[in-house]
Design a protein around this ligand. Structure first.
Ligand SMILES: [Zn+2]
Length: 405
């Protein structure tokens, strides 16, 4: 078995690892680099079967639904078999309607600790704790050798238990470990912004919601199910309802997990406000079913503005404008619960300026409010790799010409 890391070793994300055995190949992730802008043309890595059909390419396995792990999948020629988790596929389908996603049409699903065969390879997925729902590590076996690809994983999310299980019952006799290391630090005293646990964040949100006299507005990713659960729990503990937008509500339903807060009779503290852009999108596409599905939980700006202290509402610029029109921002406070690097984007800057103009104080969920660029963090980590992992080769890793046997 040979492995070639095409991308993702010297940068955050953009992962793509090709594995070969007996002339057959599989590929782990096909990510779009985080450093690429929307306008950048990112070529596919030079894998036979990526340009033109090649019978030796048995499949591409997508570990989870973050774009830096699947973002180039639409550039593949038709017919390449794709594998991912069932919920990941459903969430990416919803995302494709509202923003950026994809209808994968998978050849098979990844299921926790259920091995399956592809040619000479035996693949065992391991469900992970990560901000993307339904994330898997992958154990690849062939020719009597074992490679474990961690993909993105953490131990401080809502599924920390599954990480503990991985530590308790790890795959045995692994020859090669490919380990995600975005936030790997040397000492316990060092705390990256992303290491604030979801339960610590929940306590912080409870305090923030209780101290806010009007509406609590929170900006977060619709696909971050852990964060959704955290905000729901904090809202409930503060005597408030959680108001989702239509996209977040659709993603929550797509998980098909009854334990995830979603609009419906079992979740009376979940409401849905549909911002104007989403109303237009539904109308133009004629997808009235997704609005019909949340009908019982739907709430409008007039109602939100009447008793703003009762709600924790997903923050959009259109929602803020609609609320302001009805006097719903009196006493409001806003919280930024996305990666701080996104604050550099013009849309975030405009939103922040608008809210501050409306007298709405703004804070971040992370301890620091300093934007960090992927380039600078990647550079910092690379410079420390030899210090943190002295036995791991560094400079040559990441070259498409490098393979390990
Ligand atoms: Zn990820």
């Amino acid at each position: 078995m040979r492995a070639c890391i095409h991308r993702g070793a010297s940068e955050i994300g953009g992962n793509c690892v090709e594995i070969e055995s007996q002339g057959a190949r599989i590929v782990l992730d096909i990510g779009r680099p985080l450093s690429a802008t929307d306008d950048d043309d990112v070529p596919l890595p030079p894998v036979p079967g990526f340009e033109a059909p090649d019978a030796g390419l048995l499949g591409v396995l997508i570990s989870h639904g973050h774009q830096d792990h699947w973002g180039l999948v639409e550039q593949l020629p038709p017919g390449v078999p794709l594998y991912a988790g069932q919920a990941t596929c459903a969430i990416l389908r919803e995302a494709a309607f509202f923003t950026r996603g994809v209808d994968l049409k998978p050849a098979g699903f990844l299921v926790h600790r259920q091995p399956f065969g592809l040619g000479p390879f035996t693949i065992t997925p391991y469900l992970n704790d990560h901000s993307a729902f339904d994330t898997y590590s992958l154990l690849i076996e062939a020719d009597g050798r074992r490679l474990f690809y961690s993909a993105d994983l953490s131990g401080h999310g809502r599924k920390a238990g599954i990480f503990e299980e991985l530590l308790r019952r790890p795959p045995q006799d692994v020859d090669v470990l490919l380990l995600e290391g975005t936030s790997v630090l040397a000492g316990a005293g060092e705390r990256p912004e992303s290491s604030l646990s979801e339960s610590a964040l929940e306590e912080d949100c409870v305090r923030f919601f209780r101290e806010t006299t009007g509406m609590a507005l929170v900006s977060y990713s619709a696909q971050n199910i852990d964060r959704l659960v955290t905000l729901y729990r904090a809202a409930r503990r503060s005597g408030r309802m959680l108001v989702l937008d239509l996209y977040t509500a659709s993603v929550a339903r797509a998980t098909r997990n009854e334990k995830i807060p979603h609009p419906g009779p079992d979740w009376p503290l979940v409401a849905v406000y549909v911002p104007m852009a989403q109303r237009i999108k539904v109308k133009e596409a004629g997808e009235f079913e997704c609005v019909q599905d949340i009908k019982g939980a739907r709430i409008f700006e007039e109602e939100l503005a009447r008793e703003p202290q009762r709600y924790v509402t997903k923050l959009h610029s259109q929602t803020a404008h609609a609320l302001a029109k009805h006097g719903g921002l009196v006493g409001a406070r806003a919280m930024w619960s996305l990666w701080s690097g996104y604050l550099d984007e013009p849309s975030a800057q405009r939103l922040r300026a608008y809210l501050e103009g409306q007298g709405v104080p703004w804070r971040s969920t992370t301890p620091r409010d300093t934007p960090v660029s992927p380039t600078s963090s990647a550079w910092r980590r690379r410079s420390r790799r030899s210090e943190l992992f002295p036995s791991t080769p560094s400079e040559e890793v990441g070259s498409p010409n490098t393979s390990t046997t």
